[in-house]
Design a protein. Structure first.
Length: 295
């Protein structure tokens, strides 16, 4: 592991040691301060010092916090060893395998640290995503499963969130049809066990962390940022499905299509710019949903 990758982990990973890693906003601020400063021009490879951080504009408390995080070497080694036992590996912005889509689409909001379990090669393949409500009617469940089967047929990796309902219906159909999945999870990664080399499970910040609403919302953003075309089986006007889709539409993260079932949720997403889909012949985005995004 490179020194840069270890640095990202020390600053931004929850190492189960009681320390609070930097949030995305705090990290952006730190990087801005450091870019503006003239620190370490005499020797750019020497370790950071309190003086460097204070010259960069951090107050004493902030500088002390950053240095304390960077000193967690023993905790990091123990955390990575525990991850290795479960077949979990870290992926940071310093690693060449880090998904280019996340860098490009999320920019400074791209998560600096991911933890992965499964086949990392799936991150470089063409993708389509399927999300939707946890409680589905028969038609919505059939739509989700059809997306999973068609993803396998077209050779696209299915990206989803591993939640009950639409996510699991699509994932199961895709795997049963010989396809591959990437599941972005908001809870403990140790509970996600790949059974084939066509599966990858990933999360951000810490592989041991339990489910929280905040982690679920962040998970949704990653699903859309990883997707070449996002399809929605069913959505209410509140909740994670609607929140993730409306955020993706506002940010222009990827083309978004929703099954037009006449519900208030689908109508609201269509009003926000989602394309409509009724039947599936291809998982390519329709012209109404296409964005000028390189893949």
């Amino acid at each position: 592991m490179s020194a840069a990758a270890r640095g990202w982990l020390l600053l931004c990973a929850d190492l189960a040691d009681g320390a609070r890693p930097l949030t995305s906003a705090q990290l952006r601020e730190l990087r801005l301060h450091l870019r503006r400063s003239e620190r370490r021009t005499d020797d750019p490879d020497r370790p950071l010092r309190v003086e460097d951080l204070r010259l960069a504009g951090l107050d004493e408390e902030g500088a002390a916090r950053v240095l304390a995080l960077l000193e967690r070497e023993t905790a990091l080694d123990a955390y990575l060893e525990s991850a290795r036992i479960f077949g979990i590996r870290p992926l940071t912005l310093a690693d060449p395998e880090y998904p280019a889509r996340l860098r490009r689409r999320l920019g400074p909001d791209a998560p600096p640290v991911l933890f992965c379990r499964g086949n990392l090669g799936l991150l470089s393949r063409p993708t389509v995503s399927l999300t939707g409500s946890r409680v589905l009617d028969e038609a919505s469940e059939a739509f989700a499963a059809a997306v999973g089967r068609l993803a396998a047929k077209e050779g696209k990796v299915l990206v989803s969130g591993n939640a009950v309902g639409a996510d699991c219906a699509a994932q199961s159909a895709c795997l049963q049809s010989g396809g591959a999945i990437v599941a972005v999870v908001p809870g403990e990664l140790e509970n996600c066990v790949p059974k084939t080399d066509r599966e990858l499970y990933l999360c951000q910040t810490g592989w041991h962390l339990p489910f929280t609403v905040w982690r679920a919302l962040e998970r949704n953003r990653l699903i859309y940022a990883l997707s070449g075309h996002a399809l929605i089986a069913r959505s209410g006007v509140r909740g994670g499905t609607f929140s993730g889709a409306s955020d993706a539409l506002a940010r222009g993260l990827c083309p978004v299509s929703v099954r037009d079932d006449g519900s208030a949720g689908s109508r609201a997403l269509i009003a926000l710019g989602a394309a409509t889909v009724q039947t599936l012949s291809s998982l390519d985005p329709p012209p109404a949903a296409q964005l000028p995004l390189p893949d």
